[in-house]
Design a binder for this molecule. Structure first.
Ligand SMILES: [Zn+2]
Length: 84
């Protein structure tokens, strides 16, 4: 990755604010964890990779800049929602 060339003075007050579809403009950093099969990295054990992403502080929708594929609702285990 090249060092940023954008060291010019930018007035944030003149920039548009990223607003979520729910109307909130606060974002928070959260982590997702991907499991890497040990076979892919020549190890006998699986490893975990951590990625921090930005999500809406209110509805937790990932920001559009998030490039990592997240599981859809259909892909998530359903068992937890069935518990009383
Ligand atoms: Zn939102």
């Amino acid at each position: 990755m090249k060092p940023s060339q954008h060291n010019i003075h930018i007035d944030p007050n003149k920039l548009p604010t990223e607003v979520c579809q729910c109307g909130s403009y606060f974002w928070k950093r959260v982590y997702i964890i991907k499991e890497v099969s040990g076979m892919l990295i020549g190890s006998t054990k699986n490893e975990f990779l951590f990625f921090d992403i930005l999500v809406c502080e209110k509805c937790e929708t990932p920001h559009v800049s998030v490039k990592i594929k997240l599981p859809s609702k259909e892909e998530l285990p359903q068992s937890k929602t069935l518990l009383p």
